[in-house]
Design a protein around this ligand. Structure first.
Ligand code: FAD
Length: 387
């Protein structure tokens, strides 16, 4: 790990360590903490140094994300959203937009990203929000649901339909623009301090400079690009949850005695610990592979992001449940690290492609592999034996 990153992790521990339980209970993160971390480039750490970012690789940002994920999933959720927006700006913004908005994001401004709508959850193709040219600017009209980080955001990246057919656009919408109405999601089950909100956009007028690349990107390309970043980020966040659960379970098993011996002496408890360790390692390896694909711009990138997210979220949800089981009543207290992990990890199985949606994508790939194998076998039969 680069020395600079080790220093930043120590700073995060100093600023954010030991407070997640309180934030979970109050349902709020300190905005000054978010701005401090944002202004150090830590909320979207892959942004290149030219734009004031840290220019971390996906692998390095992954370790940073896992570290934060182990401390507080709400804070990690903010990082994921900020990173998705930064990546979308980097990918779809023109030169001026990259310079302006990325510098704002690495300078302490906060953001969020709105894809989901009342009628468009897993099926983002059902999106109805429209971003249309209007005079010398654009108008945004529609509704977004469960947008993480809105409570703290200066602007939200809104994705909507643009033009005919599959056309879409992503618009930078300041939260104080006339026509933006925000309603916080009350008492979410997990990531309680992540500031989720529903947003109504009533004919919000924007200058043309606020629509990334002028719009017109195919919708599937826009959300697949953005979601790939989000999937890798969430997957690494789940590694953090897995590590936090493993640590809590391991130390409890050593300290707590039942039947005259430490829990760790009971074979069934040891099996739980072994399973949690296997889960953490499996998730870590899937994340490392996805990040390697990202860093080498491999064509497998999108698929490996889905795989890493699916593996890590499933293991985190299962291991958090196991950790609560192992800690018994101690782990059932509100605010306890494993109780919080149990609620937070479950939500990771729903977002950025639910378990089922990830399975459908992976199944499509499995079928394409078997088709490719069949075609190769057929071709060999036609060509006859070689050699
Ligand atoms: C904590 C949290 C944070 C979020 N943050 C954001 C955010 O920042 N920005 C944003 O835009 N959205 C956000 N969302 C919304 C999130 O993206 C959606 O919840 C998610 O896409 C699932 O959509 P849905 O809730 O409408 O469920 P639905 O799509 O209605 O799905 C319900 C169930 O049906 C299953 N299902 C759906 N379609 C199929 C199918 N074809 N085959 C099999 N099963 C299927 C799903 O897997 C799921 O189990 C967030 C949600 C949560 C819970």
């Amino acid at each position: 790990m680069p020395e600079q990153l080790a220093g930043e992790l120590a700073l995060i521990d100093e600023l954010a360590g030991g407070q997640a339980a309180d934030w979970d209970v109050t349902g709020e993160l300190p905005t000054d903490l978010l701005r401090t971390l944002g202004a150090r480039g830590l909320l979207c750490a892959q942004v290149p140094q030219t734009y004031g970012g840290l220019g971390l690789s996906s692998q390095e940002n992954g370790e940073l994300t896992a570290h934060v994920g182990g401390l507080c999933s709400s804070l990690r959720s903010i990082m994921t959203s900020q990173g998705i927006v930064a990546w979308a700006i980097q990918r779809f913004g023109d030169r001026d937009q990259r310079r302006r908005f990325l510098s704002e994001l690495t300078g302490g401004k906060l953001t969020a990203v709105g894809f989901s709508e009342p009628g468009a959850g897993s099926d983002l193709a059902a999106m109805r929000t429209r971003i249309e040219p209007d005079g010398d600017g654009f108008t945004v009209h529609g509704e977004k649901k469960w947008v993480t980080g809105t409570r703290y955001a200066d602007f939200v990246l809104i994705v909507g339909r643009n033009g005919d057919g599959d056309g879409s656009a992503a618009a930078v919408v300041p939260v104080d623009a006339p026509g933006v109405h925000i309603e916080l999601v009350p008492h979410p089950m997990g990531c309680r301090a992540a500031g989720h909100a529903n947003i109504r956009l009533d004919n919000v007028r924007l200058p043309a400079t606020h629509v990334l690349g002028g719009g017109g990107q195919p919708l599937s390309m826009l959300f697949t690009t953005a979601l790939s970043y989000g999937r890798v980020s969430i997957a690494w966040g789940c590694v953090g949850i897995l590590r936090a659960c493993l640590n809590a379970a391991g130390s409890h098993a050593k300290q707590r005695e039942q039947g005259g011996v430490a829990l760790a002496e009971h074979q069934l408890v040891r099996r739980h610990l072994a399973e949690m360790f296997i889960a953490e390692q499996a998730a870590l390896r899937a994340c490392e592979h996805a990040s390697r694909c990202w860093d080498s711009a491999s064509p497998d990138m999108g698929l490996m992001a889905v795989l890493a997210k699916h593996v890590s979220a499933g293991h985190a949800a299962q291991s958090a449940a196991t950790a609560v089981q192992l800690l018994g009543s101690t782990g059932s207290e509100d605010g306890h690290v494993v109780a919080r992990a149990f609620r937070d990890a479950k939500l990771m199985e729903l977002i950025e492609g639910s378990n089922e949606i990830c399975q459908l994508i992976l199944a499509d790939h499995a079928l394409s592999i078997s088709d490719a194998h069949k075609n190769r076998d057929d071709a060999m039969q036609v060509g006859g034996p070689r050699g």
